[in-house]
Design a binder for this molecule. Structure first.
Ligand code: FMN
Length: 164
């Protein structure tokens, strides 16, 4: 297998690993809200309560997110497919096109998520062409909605067969 084929297989195998979808938000140094769609999110530790996600070095918000002292992870609900696309798209004002408010501690919170983890930056770790951001969970909003699922570049609500 040559390098090109290896990359194709890597993308196919990883794309065949279903995930949820999050939108991660923070506030830029100039006070403006920033956010992006992320599915590299995972839990890390219970004590202390840590989560991680990774950011591509080419993302325009890279410097802001790797330096943000606080950020919020929104686990998207099944009916938030449009929000998932909005926060991954270019040339459109993301926060002009969704409902959100600033939290008490100055982080943008988008309405309608299944759950929100309010985090402080714990550490960042190098990870090739990405950087891994580890956050400590400080506060949790648990809205107990069904999640949005992502698989092979498509997103959808959870199938009925998952319900009891
Ligand atoms: C479902 C989905 C998951 C994504 N996950 C990540 C991720 O984990 N890390 C990342 O850096 N970009 C991820 N992206 C891409 C970013 O959302 C996208 O590159 C970014 O919002 C572009 O921002 P920019 O135009 O400001 O550079 C994902 C996109 C989608 C649609």
């Amino acid at each position: 297998m040559n390098e090109e084929q290896k990359i194709t297989h890597f993308k196919e195998v990883m794309g065949n690993y279903p995930t949820g979808v999050t939108v991660i938000t923070a506030t830029a140094p100039d006070g403006s809200p920033v956010g992006m769609t992320v599915n590299s999110f995972a839990s890390v530790s219970l004590d202390p309560m840590l989560i991680l996600w990774s950011i591509d070095k080419r993302v325009s918000l890279y410097d802001i997110f790797t330096n943000a002292k606080k950020f919020a992870v929104h686990v998207l609900a099944g009916d938030q497919g449009e929000l998932c696309a909005l926060f991954a798209s270019r040339g459109i004002d993301r926060f002009e096109n969704c409902e959100w408010e600033m939290s008490e501690d100055g982080v943008p919170v988008i309405k309608g998520a299944a759950g929100v983890l309010h985090c402080s930056l714990h550490t960042t770790v190098g990870g090739g062409d990405h950087r891994i951001i580890i956050g400590e969970v400080k506060k949790i909003d648990n809205h107990r909605k069904d999640p949005l699922l992502y698989h092979r570049r498509k997103f959808n609500a959870i199938p009925d067969s998952f319900h009891e």
